[in-house]
Design a protein around this ligand. Structure first.
Ligand code: NA7
Length: 536
């Protein structure tokens, strides 16, 4: 503030999405701490505040992409569709904020620009764009994993005469595509969700594809009365399954190998999985992400589906993924994605055949053509996991910058703490299973672990917790080993590896050992007096 006033709290939480809301509730209402949440956006919702592009919805199913900590909350909220749309998720989070009276401790429109640790005082000083200064013993980042937009540096963008948008920073009031020639760059989960909706809304859509992708039908639809009743009856069991699952989803993964069945049986199993749709397609066999030959059967099944849906053979061929195996990059799910390329007003441009050279005032120029456009949409992803954290300009002991500590890739203990940064907790940080999991399950586990940890410190008259370098080295090695036990590191261009951002170190960032295993490791660490952490 102008008067140089410093606001003091026990804890500062950065971000008011799924993580920040629950962390506030736990620290304030269960532990009785003084807490302030600082949020850059003008509303609650975190990632879901910004992702409002046409077709934006969650790939986890609504009845388990939600909090499980309050039975009453669960009972009073009704989802309308199998997969929640962005607006419905925001309404849910707004409801949570009201219901638990969270808003009075959340400061919106407040972008954190720096945070530094003073060892003598054992305090974090947090500064904001508006010039405010906060001090707290604990700093908790709840900034999401896919929240720093990646807009590729294509020459000429500043001279584009039309409008352009990144999907992860979508205007609050939406964009009017009626009558427009629209270009979409990117065919990850986002581009694949947006394509069919843009094709409906725009006069013409050009999809610029660098890498063809696999996608499985979501089979979205309304939650009918029968399904709602089934969810209510089985709520406790579904939550238990989600908590105990390797990926935070309450469905069973088959215990059969794709290679142990006859080709006919395999085809029938994949057909049934294709009909059920969504992320559970992967559950058809246990070894799709573990064995290359097993995976190839799933990859080939989807390639055949693409050929059977897309009528123009050249377009079908260009849409057929060959550079990576199914689900080694985050697998999209869709509503009529491949079907959309049968429309008269949709064109696919294969950038492997002719890369983008520049953006020109009238549109996008590739090596062999110029495509005139009124609106350009970047569905080009995010500086995942580390981007939002490094963007906070965090400095720990002796002025050590997080960007320096992580110069060769993120190094955390359990994804929760980094040596040199005492009392800093990173919810769903790199090294945690977050992005490989149904996110709310990972978030609840992290927020609860952090709350227990802070309670432990206070009960024992301790002020400080910091990951040791040795435990961190061991965890980084374990994260690598867990990834290597799967096919995931094989997709050399995935954002799991940081490969989508030029100059970013190539390190497999999430923990691929499974949510259940991760949870038991975290529980054991806590039980054994916070093994691997120095307490003081
Ligand atoms: P992704 O999955 O990172 O996808 C980004 C897409 O944009 C992908 O197809 C990229 O092609 C493409 N891309 C990125 N940069 C360029 C340039 N310079 N030129 C052309 N094409 C480019 O991001 P999403 O937003 O779809 O999904 C992120 C996560 O959000 C998703 O996994 C869910 O967890 C939710 P590439 O494959 O790199 O060749």
């Amino acid at each position: 503030t102008d008067g140089g006033e410093v606001r003091r709290h026990d804890a500062i939480i950065v971000g008011a999405g799924f993580s920040g809301l629950y962390q506030l509730h736990l620290l304030r209402d269960r532990l009785g701490l003084s807490v302030r949440v600082l949020e850059a956006a003008e509303g609650i919702g975190g990632t879901w505040y910004w992702n409002r592009y046409p077709g934006a919805r969650c790939d986890s199913e609504s009845y388990y992409y939600s909090y499980s900590f309050s039975r009453e909350l669960e009972d009073e909220w009704e989802w309308t569709e199998r997969y929640p749309e962005h607006g419905e998720i925001r309404r849910y989070l707004d409801h949570v904020a009201d219901r638990f009276d969270l808003r009075r401790d959340i400061q919106l429109d407040t972008r954190v620009t720096g945070a530094s640790y003073d060892a003598a005082a054992n305090r974090w000083t947090v500064t904001t764009q508006g010039g405010e200064v906060f001090e707290a013993q604990f700093l908790i980042t709840a900034v999401g994993c896919l929240s720093t937009a990646n807009v590729p540096a294509i020459p000429g963008l500043e001279r584009f005469a039309g409008e352009w948008y990144h999907t992860g920073r979508w205007p609050q009031d939406g964009v009017d595509f009626a009558g427009k020639r629209v270009g979409l760059i990117g065919t990850g989960s986002t581009g694949i969700q947006a394509t069919p909706v843009l094709a409906e809304q725009a006069a013409h859509l050009t999809v610029f594809q660098r890498t063809a992708n696999y996608s499985v039908p979501a089979r979205n639809g309304p939650m009918d009365a029968e399904f709602k009743a089934w969810v209510r009856e089985n709520a406790a069991e579904l939550r238990r399954k989600a908590r105990e699952a390797t990926n935070g989803h309450p469905f069973d993964i088959s215990d059969r190998s794709a290679l142990d069945v006859s080709p006919q049986e395999r085809e029938a199993i994949y057909e049934a999985a294709w009909e059920r749709g969504g992320l559970r397609f992967r559950a058809a066999f246990r070894d799709i992400l573990l064995d290359k030959d097993a995976n190839e059967t799933a990859s080939e099944f989807i390639r055949a589906k693409i050929r059977s849906v897309v009528k123009d053979p050249a377009t079908a061929e260009a849409l057929t993924p060959r550079d990576h195996l199914f689900a080694t990059k985050r697998p999209p799910i869709d509503t009529d994605y491949f079907e959309t390329f049968n429309r008269d007003n949709v064109r696919l441009v294969d950038l492997k055949a002719a890369p983008i050279e520049a953006i020109v005032p009238e549109g996008v120029r590739t090596r062999d053509a110029t495509y005139p456009l009124d609106i350009l949409v970047f569905a080009t992803g995010f500086d995942a996991l580390t981007g939002p954290l490094i963007g906070l300009n965090i400095r720990g002991r002796d002025g050590l910058a997080l960007s320096e500590a992580w110069a060769a890739g993120p190094r955390s203990y359990l994804g929760l703490q980094t040596p040199g940064f005492p009392n800093l907790f990173t919810v769903t940080g790199p090294g945690s299973p977050s992005v490989l999991t149904n996110m709310p399950v990972a978030i609840e586990q992290h927020a609860e672990w952090i709350a227990h940890c802070i309670a432990h410190l206070r009960e024992n008259g301790l002020d400080r917790i910091e990951a040791t370098p040795e435990a961190t080295e061991a965890w980084v090695a374990h994260v690598n080993e867990a990834a290597s036990a799967t096919l995931l590191p094989m997709a050399s261009s995935s954002w799991y590896l940081g490969a989508n951002v030029p100059g970013k170190p190539r390190v497999f960032m999430p923990y691929a050992g499974g949510m259940a295993r991760y949870r038991s490791i975290c529980d054991r660490v806590a039980r054994e007096g916070y093994e691997g952490f120095a307490l003081g």
